[in-house]
Ligand binder design. Structure first.
Ligand SMILES: Cc1ncc(COP(=O)(O)O)c(C=O)c1O
Length: 377
């Protein structure tokens, strides 16, 4: 995990532009290794949308990672790096037809689907392709649920597999997503039990599936406690051994947040402090529109001021702040009632920890603030 101490050892903070996102290569490689050992023989496809910084993609390509893409732009970025076609899959179940056609042109033939219309689009634009069916998984323990929009119910799964065959596609796998930032160490095991229902029903109907893709959802450290990676890993392996003991299956994962989340810190600075009745507002140079979009939908980051880290009486004298970003919009609020030192002044440094996931990939140009600087260490 990237720490403020490490940033201070490697960079002179006074000389850096603010706000700046510092990304740590070592943490990414460490996480890649861990996730790549989740299950014996697992194949890892990094979910590019999480953080498509070219240096991250290069690092992961060199480490042997595959990539999960969802748009023509992501596909072009990965293709231009010379990633082989069997290392690219698309997990988006609502693909633009241009993406399917463009992927097919590059001989990529592995697509997720969860509806009749998606199967039709794939059959039309990438005939004969391998497809994997996304089945809905329980996601109530995740901070970022996905199961309302994505995933076919178990009751429709067999019909959708049969439909793909009718359309001359090759349904060869199942996938699920437990929701991003899943806080239940049993989330994946429970979903695997659901996949087993579909897998064995398909087998009974002479549809032999070869791949189970466990998607993403692996958490990174944020304000709330997260389950231990080792406990998630043990539960997954126990369930696989118990549920599929004699099946010849390959396992894929598509992690995003769990791979890059803890690899970055936003180094921000105070723009202003203002009392509003009983509350105090702390305005930073980074906010919802220029890097912390998920904060507006409930993701809570750990935030710490340089003054606290330096001691100097600032550890005890804390007061709650509503912390906002720099734009002229009150929706630009990162968190409310967060304890930080009483004395904060314009220019003071504030760190927002573990911000490697869904941050710089979700920056808007609102109010002209745009993309904060990025340093890779
Ligand atoms: C299809 C797919 N795979 C993988 C991921 C990565 O999920 P996470 O960042 O929770 O690991 C996502 C995220 O939305 C996704 O939609």
């Amino acid at each position: 995990m990237l720490t403020v101490e490490k940033i201070k050892q490697k960079l002179d903070l006074k000389k850096l532009p603010k706000p700046v996102m510092v990304i740590d290569s070592e943490t990414i490689l460490d996480r890649f290794k861990k996730l790549n050992n989740l299950i014996d023989g697992v194949e890892l496809f990094y979910s590019v949308k999480t953080n498509p910084h070219p240096e991250i993609l290069k690092l992961l390509k060199e480490a042997g990672s595959g990539f999960e893409i969802s748009s023509v732009e992501e596909l072009s970025q990965i293709i231009s790096m010379g990633v082989p076609r069997d290392k690219i899959i698309s997990g988006n179940t609502f693909k633009m037809t241009q993406l399917i056609a463009e992927a097919y042109r590059h001989k990529i033939n592995y697509f997720a689907y969860d509806s009749i219309m998606e199967a039709d689009k794939i059959a039309q634009n990438a005939p004969g392709s391998n497809v994997y069916l996304r089945v809905v998984a329980a996601d109530e323990s995740s901070e970022w649920p996905l199961s309302k929009k994505f995933g076919a119910p178990v009751s429709q799964a067999l019909d959708l597999l049969k439909y793909a065959i009718e359309k001359k596609l090759n349904p060869n796998g199942l996938t699920f997503h437990v929701g991003s930032q899943c806080l239940n160490p049993l989330g994946w095991s429970n979903a695997l039990a659901t996949m087993a229902e579909v897998y064995f029903l398909a087998k009974k109907n002479n549809i032999k599936l070869e791949v189970i893709n466990l998607g993403g959802g692996f958490p990174s450290r944020l304000a709330k406690d997260i389950p231990q990676f080792d406990s998630i890993k043990a539960n997954i392996n126990k369930t696989i051994n118990k549920t599929f003991p004699n099946e010849q299956l390959k396992y894929y994962i598509e992690p995003g947040r769990g791979l890059v989340g803890e690899a970055a810190i936003f180094v921000a600075s105070v723009v202003a402090v203002a009392p509003r009745g009983p509350e105090n507002w702390l305005i930073l140079d980074v906010g919802v529109y220029n890097g912390l979009l998920e904060a507006a939908a409930g993701i809570e980051y750990e935030i710490v001021s340089d003054k606290q880290l330096n001691g100097l009486n600032h550890k005890d004298n804390l007061r709650p702040y509503n912390i906002g970003g720099p734009t002229c919009d009150s929706w630009d609020t990162i968190i409310k009632g967060y304890p930080l030192p009483e004395e904060l002044n314009c220019g003071d440094i504030i760190y927002i920890l573990n911000t490697g996931a869904y941050t710089n990939s979700e920056v808007t140009c609102f109010n002209g603030f745009g993309q904060p600087a990025i340093y890779i260490i």
